[in-house]
Ligand binder design. Structure first.
Ligand code: EPU
Length: 338
């Protein structure tokens, strides 16, 4: 593993394309290299952080006077083949689409609805990614990582990870770096079509193949979400708010079309995209080089060269407007790292 001491432009390592220079930078391919990198930072008393594909980050434009570790920990393996389920392992630096491809080739299913999310497996666990009726947490068997305080390996079963909506212990405790993820998948394919946008595609053909589901998700995402290669974005910028059913009933009187999803006892989740678009009427709002994506109001776009402060101020303005309109304090899904 080589530590690069030249200034590295962090804007090249995240999909929002903000960020200053990192003083030190390295790529790690396995757990030992990760340990080595952390040791280097500790010996030099440097701050450090680990990134994957950088698709859920909003980085400050300040230079980072520490070490940035880019995770390329790879590997995919079928660990155990049972009668109905199999356990597979994946390196935390593997891209989610590569993992899904591997699963499809081995006739394993469960997480195919997460197709086309531009992130790594480790980051997917950190924020418990979800799309089209599937959340990664429902397929996680266990997680292996390194505790940066003592460089020891640590293991977590599903419960230990304290998963919630875009939440996990790893999002709160930055001392834990995920290295390997074990998933429990189905040996036979049963399409998960409960999400309405997906259901609509299969009204006639009710039993699609896994390939057809993946192709359809790609199509739906292409119609709704921006092309990450062309525009700076981190996908959904905010979380969908979870509110009480009582509060929802009150809102419903004023906004009779407001959709809802179940979110546990006495609670519902409401789509903030709908709120921003139809209630606050801010669809496509743009200030300078920052704006809301025309086709999906939950997505903030860097149209080119926007600074961290511009994006941050734009987001604060959205947060304020939503509060003024419906008295809900919204939370961000993207992470500020430093
Ligand atoms: N809607 C609008 N206007 C908009 C956007 C949405 O009216 O501008 C309405 C839609 O018509 C629909 C509802 O809001 O009735 C929900 O919209 P959508 O199905 O697009 O999903 P979402 O709740 O906005 C969530 C995830 C996405 C994920 C989709 C599909 C969060 C924060 N976002 O978005 O995840 O792809 O569901 O499952 O939970 C991400 O996390 O980066 C992400 C893209």
């Amino acid at each position: 593993m080589k530590i690069i001491k030249n200034k590295i432009k962090l804007s090249d390592f995240n999909t929002f394309r903000t960020g200053g220079n990192a003083r030190f930078f390295c790529k790690v391919k396995n757990e030992d290299e990760l340990r080595e990198a952390i040791k280097f930072a500790k010996e030099k008393r440097l701050k450090f952080f680990v990134i994957g594909n950088g698709s859920n980050l909003l980085l400050s434009d300040k230079n980072f006077n520490g070490l940035v570790i880019r995770n390329f920990i790879s590997g995919k393996k079928i660990e155990l083949k049972g009668k109905n389920h199999s356990i597979i392992s994946a390196g935390s630096g593997e891209y989610i689409d590569n993992l899904i491809n591997f699963l499809v080739n081995n006739n394993l299913s469960g997480i195919e609805n997460l197709w086309n999310i531009p992130g790594t497996v480790g980051a997917g666990v950190v924020q418990n990614i979800g799309a089209y009726g599937v959340e990664l947490k429902d397929y996680i068997y266990s997680v292996e990582g390194i505790d940066t305080r003592n460089l020891k390996q640590c293991k977590f079963n599903n419960n230990d990870c304290k998963f919630g909506y875009r939440e996990s212990i790893f999002r709160k405790n930055k001392n834990l770096i995920i290295t390997k993820v074990f998933l429990k998948l189905n040996n036979s394919f049963k399409p998960n079509l409960k999400y309405s946008a997906l259901k609509e595609y299969f009204l006639v053909r009710k039993t699609p193949t896994i390939g057809e589901v993946i192709k359809t998700i790609k199509k739906i995402r292409k119609n709704k979400l921006p092309d990450w290669e062309k525009l700076g974005t981190a996908g959904s910028f905010f979380k969908n708010p979870i509110i009480t059913k009582v509060k929802y009933q009150k809102l419903l009187k004023k906004y009779p079309n407001l959709p809802k999803y179940s979110a546990g006892k006495g609670l519902v989740k409401i789509p903030l995209g709908f709120v921003i678009d139809k209630i606050c009427e801010m669809k496509g709002l743009r200030v300078g080089q920052v704006g809301l994506y025309e086709k999906q109001s939950l997505v903030v776009i860097n149209y080119g060269g926007a600074k961290f402060s511009e994006i941050n101020n734009f987001a604060k303005m959205i947060e304020r407007k939503v509060y003024e309109k419906i008295k809900i304090k919204i939370e961000r899904e993207v992470e500020n790292i430093y």
